[in-house]
Design a protein around this ligand. Structure first.
Ligand SMILES: [Zn+2]
Length: 162
């Protein structure tokens, strides 16, 4: 529930320089998630009290159980590729209004400690054969503070030696 006390920690999302600026509230759990990501580079999920699945980013209700969730838990900033694509066609990035350099990757990742998939940009290595379903990845954080998922610049492959 939104109280006067916890409203102070809420974030909003912004459209940047695109033609149709917008702001919307990301909610209490979304704000805790983005705040922890921005300030401590930690990724928060939330655990269902019934099935014990951990969802990331946190949301209020477990879809299969219809149970309200309250237990925020930290998940790893690394995991494995579940699915991905490599974008090679340039188009306007809705966040910046600029063309994003290609190629770049976009993937779904199973982070350690989470039961669902987290999606984000992914770095494409020169040798693209190194990318495969199940390959280990980790989050690369931006040097800048953002109130959004831009805190994570992208995910990148973890070398086997790491
Ligand atoms: Zn559940």
């Amino acid at each position: 529930m939104l109280t006067e006390e916890n409203k102070q920690g809420l974030f909003t999302m912004a459209s940047g320089e695109a033609a149709q600026p917008f702001h919307y509230a990301v909610g209490l759990y979304g704000s805790k998630f983005l705040g922890e990501l921005r300030d401590n580079h930690r990724i928060l999920g939330i655990r269902c009290p019934s099935c014990e699945k951990v969802y990331v980013p946190p949301r209020q209700v477990c879809g299969p159980c219809y149970k309200e969730m309250h237990e925020l838990v930290e998940v790893a900033t690394h995991g494995k590729i579940v699915s991905y694509t490599i974008l090679r066609f340039q188009f306007l990035d809705p966040e910046t209004g600029e063309k994003k350099p290609v190629p770049y990757g976009y993937g779904f990742f199973k982070l350690e400690g989470a039961d669902n998939y987290f999606q984000h940009f992914m770095e494409v290595p020169k040798d693209e054969s190194r990318l495969y379903i199940g390959a280990r990845v980790k989050a690369v954080f931006s040097d800048e503070k953002h109130d959004s998922l831009k805190v994570i610049r992208h995910f990148t492959l973890v070398d086997d030696g790491e």
